[in-house]
Design a protein. Structure first.
Length: 398
């Protein structure tokens, strides 16, 4: 039986919690020192002892837990997790019935009512990601709920709660049948090789599904494509399947070459017809300018923060400069797919970055279309940070 601890919320934070803001921050609480154990059930009250919400204590970045219910009578028990997970799975019914797509998100943290937990589906296998030791204390309830609602071939987990700032690289397999390595999945008919027991990331970012489809179906045919920060080359594969004459993938990580080659191969594409370059993207931009290389379609999807030997990149500060460099090597009437998963700014500021970059380069542009998270990445209306993805298709006008 988990302990329940009553905590007082500082007056300046009461309004937000009443409105449904789900993240509990350390600054919001008057007596956080009363909580000793992660996973403790915490009940939140204002100075007049009015109930505000109930959740769990768990350290996650700047957060100290999540509100799970605003009903004082609701128990945080097996039944609670079953209801939340069943509702989430019902919301993804169309994806479960889509033959062309076998990889998608089943449960998206606070968007589905339980902050600190995500569940992804890969062709019958499930990957649970735990973002704090607090939510990890509910592991048994979550697993039993999931198995009761859907057929689970095999179960894997990722522990993203930091130990000295590093991912906990244990054996990620939990139970059931072990997945092949690689496991082949489909996304809108595109094949991807994923590795469920190979560290924090499996080989494809599921939140870009709609963007990859759009590139394949509407922007790639007959075009030369540059894919920067390319990871395992998923955008490049989508472009090649859409009829791109050539793709160039650039990423600093050594294994990006073999991983990208593999993604081309599982789609029946000859990777030797495409360029796969292991290099710092910033160095490559300088090289491309020097060689007067130009591309019809440039994909710019950097991490929120990146560090190489000579460069440190922070999306919130450096994105306009990065985009300005991309503009220089984009053909007239070419398209830049500008993307950011940084949660510290929204679409309005991102568009300001785009305007700043084009002002710096002296060019004109037109925004063709915009994307946010796909429907399986359900978000919470009061938690803007959770709606992190911003993608803009920009035409460079001649």
């Amino acid at each position: 039986m988990k302990k329940n601890v009553r905590l007082k919320v500082k007056p300046s934070y009461v309004k937000g919690l009443k409105a449904g803001y789900p993240l509990i921050t350390e600054d919001a609480l008057q007596n956080i020192s009363h909580v000793k154990e992660e996973g403790t059930i915490i009940e939140l009250f204002d100075d007049k002892s009015v109930f505000l919400g109930k959740g769990y204590y768990g350290k996650q970045n700047k957060g100290r837990g999540w509100v799970l219910t605003q009903n004082p009578q609701e128990m945080i028990d097996q039944n609670f997790f079953e209801k939340k997970i069943k509702k989430a799975i019902d919301h993804r019914e169309a994806l479960y019935n889509d033959y062309e797509t076998t990889a998608f998100r089943v449960f998206n943290g606070e968007g589905d009512g339980i902050g600190g937990l995500t569940i992804d589906h890969y062709n019958g296998y499930y990957v649970l990601t735990w973002y704090s030791e607090g939510i990890y204390t509910f592991k048994n309830e979550v697993i039993e709920s999931l198995k009761k609602i859907v057929k689970v071939k095999g179960l894997y987990e990722k522990k993203r709660f930091a130990v000295k700032g590093k991912y906990i690289d244990d054996d990620d397999f939990v139970e059931g049948e072990q997945a092949p390595s690689p496991l082949l999945v489909r996304e809108n008919g595109i094949h991807f090789a994923v590795y469920l027991n190979d560290g924090a990331m499996v080989g494809v970012f599921l939140d870009q599904r709609d963007v990859r489809k759009t590139i394949r179906d509407r922007y790639a045919n007959g075009k030369t494509v540059l894919n920067t920060f390319s990871y395992t080359g998923a955008f490049s594969v989508a472009a090649a399947l859409g009829g791109a004459t050539k793709t160039t993938s650039v990423d600093l990580a050594n294994r990006s070459r073999s991983k990208t080659q593999e993604q081309f191969s599982v789609n029946g594409l000859d990777y030797e017809e495409h360029d796969i370059i292991v290099e710092d993207v910033f160095h490559y931009f300088k090289y491309a300018v020097r060689k007067e290389l130009l591309f019809d379609l440039v994909i710019l999807d950097p991490p929120s923060f990146a560090r190489s030997k000579k460069h440190t990149f922070s999306a919130g500060k450096d994105y306009p400069e990065l985009l300005a460099q991309a503009i220089q090597i984009t053909e007239e009437d070419g398209v830049i797919v500008a993307s950011s998963n940084c949660s510290t700014f929204g679409m309005r500021k991102f568009k300001d970055f785009i305007a700043s970059a084009f002002k710096q380069t002296g060019g004109a542009y037109e925004i063709l279309e915009e994307f946010k998270l796909p429907t399986d990445f359900k978000t919470h209306k009061e938690f803007k940070e959770g709606n992190y993805l911003k993608v803009v298709f920009i035409k460079k006008l001649s």
